[in-house]
Design a protein around this ligand. Sequence first.
Ligand code: F6R
Length: 248
Amino acid sequence: MLLMIRKDYDAVSKEGARIVAELVRRKPDCVLGFATGNSPLGIYQELIRMHREDGLDFSKVTTFNLDEYVGLPPEHEQSYHYFMWENLFKHINVGQRHVNIPHGMADDIEGHCVWYEEQIEKAGGIDLQILGIGENGHIAFNEPGSSLGSRTRIKTLTEKTRQDNARLFDSMDQVPKYAITMGVGTIMDARKLLMLASGKGKADAIKNTIEGPISAMVPATIVQMHQHATLLIDEAAASSLSGEWEGE
Ligand code: F6R
């Protein structure tokens, strides 16, 4: 694992965007795996800037997102479709037909999950998968206890996740109960992983991920088994590490 410690969220975002942009320039038809949430937002903003100011070209890039809520249509403001279009896709020149996000309104969810895996394979696999990490060590919607070999599938959201999300919906019964998520095994098939973490709230999860034993109870620890995993974190997220890591 390559550990990169940067001063703060902004520095992490700039470095992350540099890594993504370098790949897009070197391999214009690359396959990028995207995440939602706060961690990659700064990278997306920087990629938008690079597209506008430096002409970074996404026209041949294919994208796959990690996850989506079941039951939310793409235009719902809390859907991950909406998040990705608002925060990245509509501001760059990625082709709509090259964007892949699990469909939360699919009639046959199980069939859709199999189809999603097939699309990743057809595209030649994911070159670089961006990941956030939950405070409990989850990656995508693979919560503690998820099989480390799992593939794209439907998962029941934990009560804690539903409660955390409740503020974004009018009432508790509107909060989705299920999500479609790439599995841990699907994520591990990506040729490179870029895991992001910022802030003290992520420090314990990062400590477990880097220094702890590999365990399904902390799904992120599986990145220890990946041949090309980079952890790009800020000093606050690195603050619980016992090793003598140095920031730049
Ligand atoms: C989002 C996702 C989640 C987040 C994680 C961290 O697509 O898969 O696993 O990456 O919950 O979220 P933030 O970045 O908001 O702290």
